[in-house]
Ligand binder design. Structure first.
Ligand code: CP
Ligand code: NVA
Length: 304
């Protein structure tokens, strides 16, 4: 049994399988060709933080594959009344076939998975957001071909998205340029920061963006860190992705953002709505990549 708790849980070969399946499943969806290999399979979705894209893409995705979904949150379940995550995992996983969790510490999804009888998917933690980066890289592959050997510029906060991009760079062999403000550096996680082949750290966001094939950013304050909002606005003021920054990137560069976006903070309206932006494609591709992911976790590698 496999889980998808971090991007690096899957090998390059497994990610390439997912991209190939995503293309097939997306084609079927766009052409109204029914494909329901997960009939009678049940997905439990546990949300301890808000969501629009993750909720809709997993719920629509499992229904499209013939399965069903149960939506749970901490307010209306015993999770909010301190039932241990291990006990919750043992109970839920006796009743469903697959679990997706969005929560705070990565450790919580790891503990859930360790006590689960069924595969577990990380739908975002403080540390990682692997489903989003899967969709983002699929979006690049779809529009530009292989990401191997390319350069991705991460501008802004050292957060769940940037750490997942770093894992992806190491897994799929591309380079990540990271520019974060003083006082908000990427922190070493099991030696990943020492991988100088796949990571270069900048203080100047323009230098990080120069020549990049993807320029990407995210909110300055992630969910769970709201108390820091005002101090972050000051610290991040020079880290807005604007037309000037896109102009120093590769001429075919794509702009990416996992959404939701704050126009006029981490990105200008002009860039978000501009011709290089693929933010809506990224959002749609959440549906398609996660259908491939659920298929893989429940049925293994299939090619029909
Ligand atoms: N990008 C993303 O995960 O969006 P939601 O918070 O709306 O799920
Ligand atoms: N970094 C953001 C991503 C939201 C999808 C957060 O964790 O809030």
């Amino acid at each position: 049994m496999k889980h998808f708790l971090q991007f690096s849980d899957f090998t390059r070969d497994e990610h390439e399988h997912l991209f190939a399946r995503t293309k097939i499943l997306k084609h079927r969806f766009k052409n109204y060709i029914p494909y329901q290999p997960l009939t009678d399979r049940m997905l439990a979705m546990v949300f301890e933080k808000s969501s629009t894209r993750t909720r809709v893409s997993f719920e629509a995705g499992i229904y499209q594959l013939g399965g069903q979904a149960i939506h749970l949150d901490s307010q209306s379940t015993q999770l909010g009344r301190s039932e241990p995550i291990e006990d919750t995992a043992r109970v839920i996983s006796r009743m469903v076939d697959l679990v997706m969790i969005r929560t705070f510490e990565q450790e919580k999804v790891e503990r859930f998975a360790a006590h689960s009888r069924v595969p577990v998917i990380n739908g975002l933690t403080n540390e990682y957001h692997p489903c989003q980066v899967l969709a983002d890289i699929y979006t690049f592959v779809e529009q530009r071909g292989s990401i191997s050997g390319k350069t991705v510029a991460w501008i802004g906060d050292a957060n769940n998205m940037s750490y997942t991009w770093l894992q992806a760079a190491r897994t799929l062999d591309f380079k990540l340029n990271v520019a974060t403000p003083a006082g908000y550096p990427m922190k070493s996680q099991r030696g990943e920061m020492l991988d100088l082949k796949h990571l270069e750290v900048f203080t100047d966001p323009m230098a990080a963006a120069r020549g990049a094939h993807i320029v990407t950013t995210d909110v300055w304050t992630s969910m769970g860190f709201e108390a820091e909002t005002e101090s972050r606005k000051k610290a991040f003021a020079d880290f807005m992705v604007d037309a000037e920054m896109m102009a120093v990137a590769d001429r075919d560069a794509l702009f990416m953002h996992c959404l939701p976006a704050h126009r006029g903070e981490e990105v200008t309206e002009e860039v978000l709505e501009g011709p290089q932006s693929v933010v809506w494609e990224e959002a749609e591709n959440r549906l398609h990549v996660q259908k491939a992911l659920m298929e893989y976790l429940l049925l293994g590698k299939i090619d029909s």
